[in-house]
Design a protein around this ligand. Structure first.
Ligand code: TMP
Ligand code: ZN
Length: 418
C-alpha cells in the first residue's frame, strides 16, 4: 500500500496496466535493449479522495533537455491558449498597473507569447531546456528550472508578486503539489489569481479515456479532490469552466480565500461530481471494468482488420498512446507505423511497443485504409486536415468514448470535440 502524495493516507490501487516504458520515451533502435520499464498503477485515496499514480518515475527521466512535446505542434492548441490569454487578461489584468504574468511549465512559449506581444511583463518557468530555448528564441523570458517554494521566492525577489499565474497541463504532472501550491500562494499578489487547466477526472471516468493515465500525469483532478488541498494553502476555487481540449479538461481559477467572489458554477460542478460518484472508491472499480472491456474491443477490431488484410497506421505519436499500445499489446503487426508531425519523434520507435514513427509526408504519400487515431483529443483538427483522405475512403478508428470508426458523414457528432 502506498501513501497519498497529498494527505499521507493509504492509497487503494484500482487499476494496474502492467510494465510501462516512459510515455514520452521515443527511442532509437539501438536503445531498445536498455529501455526502462516500471509498473503503471493508479489508485484512490480514501482520506482526501485524490486519484493518483502509486509509483512515480523520476521527473528527470521525463522532463529533460530532449523533452519531445512542443505545444506549438498543434495549431488549434495555439488558438486555445491565445483565447485563454485574452480572457485572463481582460478578466484579471484590466486596470492593473504594470502587471506580472508567470507561467509554470511554459514549454515553447506558445501561451506567454500572447503577453509578450502585448508588452506585458511575463516570466516562464520551464524545466525542459530544449523547449525553454525555443521560447527564449522567440523573446519569451524563461527560467530553466522546476517550480516550487524556492523558485516562487526567487521570482518575487526579482520581479515582485504576480497578478496572474498560469499553468496548463502541468500541475497534474508535479508530485510535490504541496510545494507548488505553497509557491503559488507566496507568488500571488493579494488579488492575484492562478488559472490552470488539466484533464478532468469527470471526463476520464465518463469516456473511459484511460490513456490519460501515464507516468507524467501523477494526479487526476476534479473540483472535489482539489478543494481540501487548496484550502490547506489558503486558496479556493473561484471559477471552474469545462473545456473541450485534451479530451475534456477543466479550467480552474484559484485565488487567496475571500479575495474574489465564488462563481455559482463552482457549486453546481461540485454537485455534479457527487452525483457521478467521483468521491467514492466503487466508481473506480467500475472504471477498471470499463477499461478492460475497451481494451478487449480495440484488440478484437485490430485483429479483425489484420485478418482482413487492411493496413492500419497510428495517427499521432502521443504520450497517451504509450499506455494504449503497451496495455493492449499493439505492436507493428497490428499498427505498422505511427504518423507524427513532430520532427524529434520521427525516425524513432514508439516506447515499449516499438512501432516506427514516420513523418506526415509518408501518410500523404502512401495513405493507409485505416488510421488508429491516437491523437483523438485533436480529432476535430485532424479530421479537417485529412478531409481529402476521408473523402477518398480512409477511415479513422477511435477508442474514446468507445471503440468504433469515426462516422464519415457526421465525423464530429458522436465523438468528443476538441
Ligand atoms: P498531445 O495529445 O499530447 O497534444 O500530442 C499530440 C501529438 O500528435 C504530437 O506528437 C503531435 C501529433 N499531431 C500530429 O502528428 N498531427 C496533428 O495534426 C496534430 C494536431 C498532432
Ligand atoms: Zn489523500
Amino acid at each position: 500500500m502506498t501513501q497519498c502524495l497529498v494527505c499521507d493516507h493509504d492509497v487503494e490501487p484500482f487499476l494496474n496496466f502492467g510494465p510501462m516504458p516512459i510515455a514520452n520515451g521515443f527511442l532509437a533502435a539501438e536503445q531498445v535493449a536498455s529501455e526502462p520499464f516500471a509498473d503503471l498503477e493508479v489508485g484512490f485515496c480514501g482520506g482526501c479522495t485524490m486519484v493518483q499514480l502509486t509509483q512515480l518515475v523520476e521527473p528527470e527521466a521525463m522532463f529533460h533537455e530532449n523533452y519531445a512535446f512542443f505545444t506549438s505542434s498543434s495549431a488549434w492548441m495555439g488558438r486555445h491558449f491565445a483565447a485563454l490569454a485574452a480572457d485572463a487578461r481582460a478578466r484579471w489584468l484590466d486596470g492593473a498597473e504594470d502587471p506580472l504574468v508567470v507561467e509554470i511549465g511554459s514549454n515553447d512559449g506558445t501561451m506567454l507569447g500572447n503577453f509578450q506581444e502585448a508588452g506585458i511583463r511575463h516570466l516562464g518557468i520551464e524545466p525542459s531546456a530544449n523547449v525553454a530555448q525555443a521560447a527564449m528564441d522567440r523573446g519569451v523570458e524563461t527560467w530553466v528550472r522546476f517550480f516550487g517554494r524556492e523558485t516562487a521566492d526567487a521570482v518575487v525577489e526579482q520581479h515582485g508578486r504576480a497578478d496572474l499565474v498560469l499553468a496548463t497541463n502541468v500541475l497534474c504532472h508535479i508530485p510535490d503539489l504541496d510545494g507548488v501550491l505553497a509557491g503559488v500562494s507566496r507568488l500571488l499578489a493579494p488579488g492575484g489569481v492562478l488559472v490552470f487547466e488539466d484533464p478532468y477526472l469527470g471526463d476520464i471516468v465518463e469516456k473511459t479515456s484511460y490513456d490519460q493515465i501515464y507516468d507524467e500525469h501523477v494526479f487526476y483532478f476534479c473540483l472535489g479532490n482539489l478543494k481540501p488541498l487548496l484550502a490547506r494553502h489558503g486558496l479556493e476555487i473561484v471559477r471552474a469552466e469545462p473545456q473541450g481540449v485534451h479530451g475534456g479538461s477543466m479550467r480552474y481559477t484559484v485565488a487567496h480565500a475571500g479575495a474574489h467572489p465564488v462563481d455559482p458554477a463552482v457549486e453546481d460542478l461540485l454537485e455534479r461530481e457527487r452525483l457521478a460518484g467521483l468521491h467514492e472508491p466503487e466508481t473506480y472499480v467500475r472504471f477498471r471494468t470499463a477499461v478492460e472491456a475497451s481494451r478487449d474491443a480495440l484488440v478484437a477490431e485490430l485483429e479483425r482488420l489484420r485478418e482482413a488484410g487492411v493496413r492500419v497506421v497510428g495517427y499521432g505519436a502521443t504520450s497517451k498512446s504509450t499506455t494504449v499500445t503497451n496495455y493492449c499489446g499493439i505492436t507493428p503487426d497490428l499498427v505498422s507505423s505511427i504518423t507524427d508531425t513532430t520532427p524529434t519523434k520521427q525516425g524513432k520507435l514508439s516506447p515499449g511497443a516499438h512501432v516506427p514513427v514516420v513523418p506526415h509526408e509518408d501518410f500523404r504519400a502512401d495513405p493507409p485504409e485505416v488510421a488508429l487515431l491516437f491523437a483523438w483529443n485533436h480529432q476535430a483538427e485532424i479530421v479537417a486536415k485529412e478531409a481529402q483522405w476521408l473523402a477518398d475512403g480512409g477511415r479513422f478508428l477511435v477508442y474514446v468514448p468507445r471503440v468504433g470508426f469515426v462516422d464519415r458523414d457526421a465525423p464530429l457528432a458522436a465523438t468528443p470535440q476538441v
